[in-house]
Design a protein around this ligand. Structure first.
Ligand SMILES: Cc1cc2nc3c(=O)[nH]c(=O)nc-3n(C[C@H](O)[C@H](O)[C@H](O)COP(=O)(O)OP(=O)(O)OC[C@H]3O[C@@H](n4cnc5c(N)ncnc54)[C@H](O)[C@@H]3O)c2cc1C
Length: 635
């Protein structure tokens, strides 16, 4: 069935058109809080409540960076020097940059003059808040970064910082998450087969256990798995062989790598993709890999770019039960994960509350969940720490007595400013640093450029109700052939006056994820292609795909996109997850050479390098630990 634009509701006045394609449609210049000239007392729009194209996907955020990348940045005149000067300038206002400001202040008794600049109209980097609606129906979601993590044997600066911010992950996970919520309503995972890939549109209950995000749902294995499998075997639009292979994959404890030692098995699993493992040693029909293709997209990589070992350890995907692997290889996460309703924006917001007097009254997660940050206070000269938004550094250099940082205000056509500090932390992305700090030695610039980030698309769809999901019995939909690979209904977390949507008649939020992969290409080329597609896609396409996929999957259960969708926030992260190493792609892992991030993060004069990239992988905890290291290096 195809749908007309009218039946999809493409013309409906939902909240989305303020930032079509990332550009403000009112005709006025985009002026956002903290950093741009405004009428006195006017903080501008409240960034978390903006809808339309968000994430990093609007021109003021990326235009200067892309002009630098394309070697077409031609500033009109010289940057005018600001009257203010600082002890420290931090480039990048994500978790790492905010943590660097905090650690620096701790070292200097809270009296240092610190300026944090960031190219977005909001702070937090990937850890931003999306907010929609008002009063009891107000909904929250993460724009990007989803969950924090505590290992039982954790150490590092992030442990102390979480304590300072009142974040006790074990207690939060125990007291604020209701993992059985959807199960009690008869809801679980579903799988949507689309006609282009599988021959017909049909939504079925997914018989598999939870994989990614499993910490939010219980029971992990559906208690009605047997009847789900029976229905799946009868109705799934797959060949008989593919269905039989899937059943075997999930049920048989076969050793698919017989006659070799455990060490050799692990070595092979670590150097073979999961797609190759399925169609090679396991002997599955290629359609099995197609059917499972979206299951690793949460990591930004498809099945052909994910090692078989990682498919087993990180995603709990099937096919390993008979290999005789010791328990140590069963999972690489033994601690506790936790998701705030606004994702890791809570960590960023709590940090801002500590750094900027009066920006936020609440002192812990529960106290701030419903509180808005006072953006008018972020760049207040009266404070020791200031946060200047819409400010993109284009040149950072050591000079006599310190560091000079030049930046645009409000995008590539905006004002040019130069500000001085004694020291500088670059808490922006490794990949950006060679462009803005060209004086770095060539080998270090090369090591920095090694980190090519993953493109990520997280679309938050604000819904008036979730009755169709309830009728369909699904709160989490895998959609292996569709435009969006995963559809995730609001997480069952209630904290500090914020309660997750309680009944199917209430407003809620649903997140749709798209994976970008081009099997067969080197992973960094896959990322570059995905990023190009992400930036070339207009808002209208994202909106139409959203509406049409929901109509196709849930229309038979009563979903009407024209009626049920209240708003749309498209979080486009061209440079999303940090690059992490894999034996499929990174030769130094085989030769034993040192990993590039160690050469990349060397201090340079009065400049130190933070950010999660500088730790060689990707996490909130690492972003914080790297900030502490960088600040310590400055002495
Ligand atoms: C969609 C998504 C989901 C994620 N989910 C999780 C998760 O669930 N758990 C988890 O632990 N991690 C997650 N991450 C990883 C996340 O990147 C890290 O955990 C962490 O937030 C990174 O912090 P950071 O400060 O190092 O980088 P960022 O958050 O990227 O912050 C760096 C900031 O520097 C800015 N910047 C870059 N260049 C310049 C410049 N020239 N001038 C000024 N500013 C500049 C950037 O725009 C950005 O705002 C996710 C990432 C994405 C994209």
């Amino acid at each position: 069935m195809t749908f007309s634009d009218a039946s999809l509701g493409m013309g409906r006045p939902i909240q989305r058109r303020d930032f079509l394609n990332g550009a403000l449609m009112s005709g006025a210049a985009i002026l956002a809080p903290g950093g741009l000239a405004r009428a006195a007392g006017d903080p501008g729009p409240y960034p978390p409540a903006l809808t339309g194209m968000r994430g990093s996907g609007y021109p003021t955020a990326y235009s200067t960076g892309h002009a630098l990348r394309d070697h077409v940045f031609a500033p009109k005149g010289l940057a005018s020097e600001t009257a203010d000067s600082y002890d420290l300038i931090v480039v990048g206002g994500g978790i790492s940059g905010l943590a660097a400001a905090w650690f620096y202040q701790q070292r200097h008794g809270g009296k240092a003059r610190v300026l944090v600049i960031d190219n977005h109209d909001d702070f937090g980097g990937h850890a931003k808040r999306n907010e929609f609606g008002e009063g009891a129906g107000m909904r929250l979601s993460n724009a990007g970064s989803f969950n924090i993590f505590a290992d039982d044997h954790d150490s590092g600066a992030h442990v102390d910082l979480y304590r300072t911010l009142g974040i006790d992950i074990a207690a939060l996970a125990r007291d604020t998450v209701d993992p059985g919520f959807y199960h009690r309503l008869g809801m679980g995972q579903g799988v949507f087969f689309d006609r282009e890939t599988f021959g017909r549109d049909v939504l079925l209950p997914d018989p598999a256990p939870w994989t990614d995000f499993g910490f939010l749902y219980a029971p992990n294995v559906p208690p009605d798995a047997q009847s789900r499998w029976a229905r799946f075997m009868a109705e799934a639009p797959l060949s008989e062989r593919a269905r039989a292979d899937l059943h075997r994959l999930y049920h048989a404890a076969t050793d698919y790598l017989p006659g070799i030692s455990v060490e050799e098995k692990v070595r092979r699993l670590d150097t073979m993709s999961y797609a190759d493992y399925l169609t090679g040693p396991v002997g599955c029909d290629p359609m099995v890999a197609t059917y499972l293709r979206d299951r690793t997209f949460g990591s930004g990589r498809g099945l052909s770019s994910t090692t078989a070992l990682s498919a087993h350890q990180r995603f709990g995907l099937p096919g390993f039960a008979g290999l005789g692997l010791p328990a140590a290889y069963d999972t690489d996460e033994s601690g506790t994960s936790y998701h705030f309703p606004e994702g890791n924006a809570t960590v960023a917001r709590l940090l801002v509350g500590r750094l900027i007097p009066g920006a936020l009254k609440g002192r812990d997660a529960a106290a701030v969940m419903l509180e808005r940050v006072d953006y008018a206070r972020l760049d207040d000269p009266a404070n020791a720490t200031r946060i200047r938004l819409n400010a993109t550094a284009f040149h950072v250099a050591n000079g006599p007595g310190g560091v000079e940082v030049s930046y645009t205000l409000g995008g590539v056509d905006g004002l040019l400013r130069k500000t001085r500090a004694k020291q500088c932390v670059l808490a922006c992305w490794n990949y950006v640093i060679p462009y803005i700090c060209p004086d770095l030695p060539a080998p270090q610039r090369e090591a920095l450029a090694y980190n090519v980030k993953t493109p990520n698309l997280w679309v938050n769809v604000w819904l008036n109700n979730w009755r169709a999901f309830h009728r369909a019995g699904t709160c989490f939909m895998n959609a292996p052939g569709s435009y969006f690979a995963s559809l995730i209904l609001e997480q069952p977390v209630s904290i500090g006056g914020y309660a997750h949507s309680a009944t199917p008649d209430d407003p809620t939020v649903m997140t749709m994820l798209r994976g970008y992969e081009t099997p067969g290409l080197p992973i960094k080329d896959q990322f570059r292609l995905g990023r190009a597609e992400l930036y070339a896609t207009p808002f209208e396409t994202f909106e139409r795909e959203t509406r049409s996929q929901l109509a196709r999957a849930l229309g038979p259960h009563g979903f009407d996109p024209a009626r049920d969708i209240a708003g749309l926030t498209v979080n486009r992260w061209g440079h999303g997850y940090s690059y992490w190493y894999s034996a499929l792609y990174d030769d130094f892992l085989k030769t034993g050479a040192p990993p590039p991030h160690l050469a990349a993060r060397q201090p340079f004069g009065a400049i130190a390098i933070a950010n999660t990239d500088s730790g060689g992988t990707d996490s909130t905890e690492l972003a914080i630990d790297m900030a502490a290291r960088a600040v310590a290096e400055l002495g």
